[in-house]
Design a protein around this ligand. Structure first.
Ligand SMILES: [Zn+2]
Length: 330
């Protein structure tokens, strides 16, 4: 069930570059539901579910990694100086509970000198020690912490968590693999790495998979809070079919096939024009000699904060669209 799959994936530790615990979680969830599992050099998990003869190979990509802070120095009092891995701002991180892979907790503090604009250089993580020696027994330079896992429902249909970007899409892709029975086209579900630093995992995976077409699955931004009006995407109105962002202009045939699938499945959907950002869909599209590709987006408020909010009905819409999409004729 989607909600259980989502909660399981949200709980896994997986900052950018250290996604293996998420990959193991996906493997456990999909055990017995796919034809093959491969892990490549970049750590991408590539799951194949064979389609019927004559079908095409469709690569889907949802990234496993989650933005974090890495230890860049340790002060003599034991405070950790950090720098961001992926698009995490000092403002978004301050005052938050973070955890390392070994379970060590910390509190992020931002203390700029008087008159200075707060920046990453003013952040430190307090892990409750009194000296550098004590700190070194718990963490090392290069270790990465992420917002502590959390999950709670908001109202009837919505849910908040630090890692909705992009575990919500990983959940959607897992459910597609679980639920697609004897699909017409072969599903290659890539659970990708290092998206948050520039779609690095998907770039390599797309080259290896060499699909006939591709679809990135990622969260997108929102336009339905008081001061934010673009993109013109609302929570609860269905998954969004991307027309463009700063990394890609969706291939018309793939974009229109996603829309056709939504209409055939009677699933609500939105059109998305995002004036910033990029996703794995672009990495697929720009691989080898070029691959027809698009992106299906999950509307998400407060992206890259510790409280990313999605509407669970948009996941249902996304799943209905993808289940139909894999059975279209291409
Ligand atoms: Zn993302």
């Amino acid at each position: 069930m989607m909600l259980d799959t989502l909660k399981t994936l949200l709980a896994a530790y997986g900052p950018t570059g250290r996604e293996n615990a998420v990959a193991e979680t996906v493997k456990t969830l999909l055990s017995g539901k796919a034809d093959s599992f491969e892990t490549d050099v970049l750590g991408n998990l590539i799951v194949t579910k064979k389609g019927q003869s004559g079908g095409k190979t469709i690569m889907f990509s949802a990234h496993m990694d989650h933005i974090g802070l890495t230890v860049a120095d340790i002060e003599k009092e034991g405070y950790l100086r950090v720098t961001n891995v992926g698009g995490l701002s000092a403002d978004g991180a301050k005052g938050r509970h973070v955890v390392f892979g070994n379970g060590v907790s910390g509190v992020v503090v931002c203390q700029p000198p008087k008159g200075e604009t707060p920046g990453m250089q003013h952040l430190f993580v307090d892990i409750g020690v009194e000296s550098k020696e004590e700190a070194l027994k718990m963490v090392q330079l290069g270790d990465v912490c992420v917002f502590a896992p959390d999950f709670f429902l908001l109202g009837e249909h919505r849910a908040a968590s630090p890692a909705m970007d992009d575990r919500s899409a990983c959940a959607l892709l897992c459910e597609l693999v679980m639920q697609a029975e004897n699909p017409k086209n072969t599903i290659v579900a890539v659970f990708s790495t290092q998206e948050e630093v520039g779609t690095r995992g998907a770039t390599v995976a797309a080259y290896r998979v060499a699909p006939d077409l591709g679809v990135g699955i990622d969260v997108t931004a929102w336009g339905d809070t008081p001061e934010v009006k673009l993109p013109a995407v609302e929570l609860g109105k269905g998954a969004a079919v991307k027309f463009m962002d700063r990394s890609m202009i969706a291939t018309p045939a793939v974009r229109d096939a996603l829309i056709a699938a939504a209409e055939k499945a009677n699933a609500p959907y939105q059109r998305e024009v995002l004036p910033f950002g990029g996703t794995d869909g672009a990495a697929i599209q720009h691989s080898r000699g070029g691959v027809p590709a698009g992106t299906l987006s999950i509307p998400c408020r407060y992206v890259h904060s510790a409280c990313e909010v999605i509407d669970l009905r948009d996941l249902d819409s996304g799943l209905a669209i993808l289940k139909t999409f894999v059975n279209l004729d291409f």
